[in-house]
Design a binder for this molecule. Structure first.
Ligand code: SF4
Ligand code: MG
Length: 336
């Protein structure tokens, strides 16, 4: 079947201006050649450390960040350069749930008008009574009380505010919801409740999710398939079971804390922190070759020079690493 969403060769680059003269001070390659698809009814995880371009990718799908290059198809339609009516249709069918429910909710608006905003924008209800009834129904759907419609965001806990954000995302009956780290700011016990809610809603409403997260722990129970990003590129894509049981990219292995450090040389170990608590290189003029090479225990001369291509190493499992490229095996072996 045709995927609900297809992204190919997506690039989002920003020129950096320096000083009063506005000299070009480099290019931020926030997203640098990303490709993936999302099937209908699936939850696709998009995982990577902060600055890897995952939020920018989510915003690009909603057509809220400018594209430097690439194509995006939604339900068979090319939405790379949508005209105004197409963009409006898209904004109804694709919704976003943000990380920070505080920042995303207007503190001076009642929950009634926060959750109902998409209903007003897209004129989906007629008359105040129907509007109110619809909002109350949405609140109940996310596990809140209908009467909460008349309260303000500050009267709610973090978990409740995230439920309000989800209710708003549901208001226009979307097909795809982009969840940008929706539980990262919540306590662990509350995280589980919100994730269970998202799962229940998916089953009930047939929703498709893109779930953005900065580590692999959160997406473990929710996602069917996972895309791992590093410095603006996709490094590995696999079904959940495969990714956790048989990660093949050195970065995914490091994220999972399961890297075998073959080289006992303390210098090498020092440069490669298995917990990855070290700094992510800047996406401003990222390193040449494989972007992971400064932190990779397997890096060779080739890695410093040439970017690896993404190859399908088995069914539904692709990796962008020279170690998995048969055409690069000799060059890699010669250097190890
Ligand atoms: Fe490491 Fe080289 Fe593979 Fe990059 S291409 S992940 S540097 S082995
Ligand atoms: Mg982010």
């Amino acid at each position: 079947a045709e995927p609900l969403l297809q992204v190919s060769d997506l690039r989002v680059h920003f020129p950096l201006q320096a000083g009063l003269l506005g000299r070009n001070a480099g290019t931020v390659k926030a997203v640098d050649g990303v490709a993936f698809h999302i099937d209908r009814g699936e939850t696709l995880g998009l995982v990577g450390e902060s600055g890897c371009g995952k939020s920018t990718t989510g915003l690009a799908m909603l057509r809220m960040s400018p594209l430097t290059d690439g194509r995006i198809h939604f339900d068979g339609e090319d939405i790379t350069h949508p005209d105004k009516p197409a963009l409006k249709r898209l904004r109804r069918r694709m919704q976003m749930v943000y990380q920070d429910p505080f920042g995303a909710l207007n503190p001076r608006m009642k929950v009634l008008d926060i959750v109902g905003e998409p209903l007003r924008v897209h004129r989906l209800t007629q008359g105040r009574a129907a509007y109110r009834e619809k909002v109350m129904g949405l609140l109940e759907k996310v596990g809140l009380k209908a009467e909460m419609a008349d309260r303000y965001p500050h009267e709610f806990s973090g978990g409740q505010r995230q439920r309000i954000g989800i209710a708003r995302a549901l208001a226009a009956d979307p097909e795809l919801i982009i969840c940008d780290e929706p539980v990262s700011a919540l306590d662990v016990s509350i995280q589980a409740q919100v994730i269970n809610l998202l799962e229940d809603l998916q089953k009930e409403l047939g929703l498709t999710y893109l779930f953005i997260a900065h580590d692999l722990a959160v997406v473990r129970h929710l996602c069917h398939r996972i895309v791992v990003m590093y410095l603006g590129r996709v490094v590995e894509v696999a079904d959940r079971e495969t990714l956790y049981d048989n990660p093949q990219h050195p970065y995914t292995q490091a994220l999972l804390g399961a890297i075998p450090i073959a080289n006992p040389d303390p210098e090498v170990q020092q440069h490669f922190n298995p917990s990855l608590s070290g700094e992510v290189p800047s996406p401003i003029d990222p390193p040449p070759g494989c972007p992971f090479h400064p932190r990779c225990p397997h890096a060779t001369e080739l890695c410093r020079r040439e970017a690896p291509r993404a190859l399908e190493i088995e069914d539904r499992h692709s990796v962008a690493c020279h170690l998995h490229d048969p055409d690069r095996a000799q060059a890699m072996a010669g250097n190890l």
